[in-house]
Design a protein around this ligand. Sequence first.
Ligand code: GLC
Length: 427
Amino acid sequence: MSFGYRAKAMRATAIAAVLAAVGAPVMAEEITYVSGAVGKAVENFAALVKPWEEATGNTVKMVPMPASTTDQFAQYRLWLSAGTSDIDLYQTDVIWAPQLADHFVDLTEAAKDLAPTHFPSIIESQTVNGKLVALPIFTDAPALYYRKDLLDKYGVAVPKTWDELTAAAKTVMDGERAAGNPDFWGFVWQGNAYEGLTCDALEWVKSFGGGQIVEPDGTISINNEKAVKALETAKGWVGTISPEGVLSYQEEESRGVWQAGNAAFMRNWPYAYGLGNGDDSKVKGLFGVTTLPVGAEGDTSAATLGGWNVAVSKYSKHQEAAISLALYLAGPEAQKQRAINESNLPTIISLYDDPDIAAAQPIIPQWKDVFLNAVPRPSAPTLSHYNEVSSLFWSAVHDTLSGNGSAADNLAKLEADLTDLKGDGWK
Ligand code: GLC
């Protein structure tokens, strides 16, 4: 299927050939694309866009951004509010659509054939007041990565509850340290004060039955005993099964410890699966993945819904070419390449039955149900306030983990701050 980009590309190529034949300058366009740089994203990008460049005669310049989604958001907001025309396409986090919608082109018409091939809930998450503000390029839901070889060595089962995880991590860590590896840790995750901590902590709270911070109907639910218990449990890991330094870890720092063979467990997104099985990884072939633990038997595991999209800037001077590139990146050819090379989860339904993807990255078909049941962050109900809501939440969590006030006090204060922010209703 062409979804428009090939047809347009062929037209452009034909026009270019005619212009070249008469000696007129060929109007190839350079599209500037900004994106976060985690894992192999930058390395793979040139190969990913090559088929589109060849088909259209255009080129793509990728401008890598900091790995932290929080830092990217701050920068993008500055550029967009200044109306910069230097950037044509933005790679956007799933949570940003309601806050940035006004700055992007409506893709409803351009994607009318492509959008119905994606999971409807993901298209819905990028639709704001009927406007399709971004096209999904991959979705995300985290896994608990565990060292199969070491669980076997110490006769420990794959943990189902957070308490079991705590005990298993300690057994393996004590054993590996006694065996001569002082750098070995039980559990690595994302404890830095940024959006990633919101994701991790939402999973702890929700899997203890403590709600979703702000519920889909806008109710502020975070100040409850189950949430307190979840945060106190996580605080107990810092300096015991997790290094003190975990309080400044993002995804890549935890992956660094894990891939060096220095952790029994890791919480991370699927991109770490392919990299962990790479030739330069010390854990190649030694690990498994499962769903994150629950608070207690009877509770449900929670995975925060993540994912990335592409949005065309309203201020771009190359909108037609940028839309063509967006359709290509969100289309089946690019999503398949990304799934195989970066173990990113596709958003196109049929790719979950693709044998090449299943063979290259077995986590992908296994993870379909996990992301379909993933917990959204409260970006839809809190509208333009999501970034402040998240930043108040991760700060309360980071304070608790750092020993700056008890979980109960910090969540009571958070509830008061969120109530102020909400005023007479989320807007
Ligand atoms: C992953 C997710 C994204 C999330 C981020 C947090 O990149 O896909 O949605 O905001 O992690 O660090």
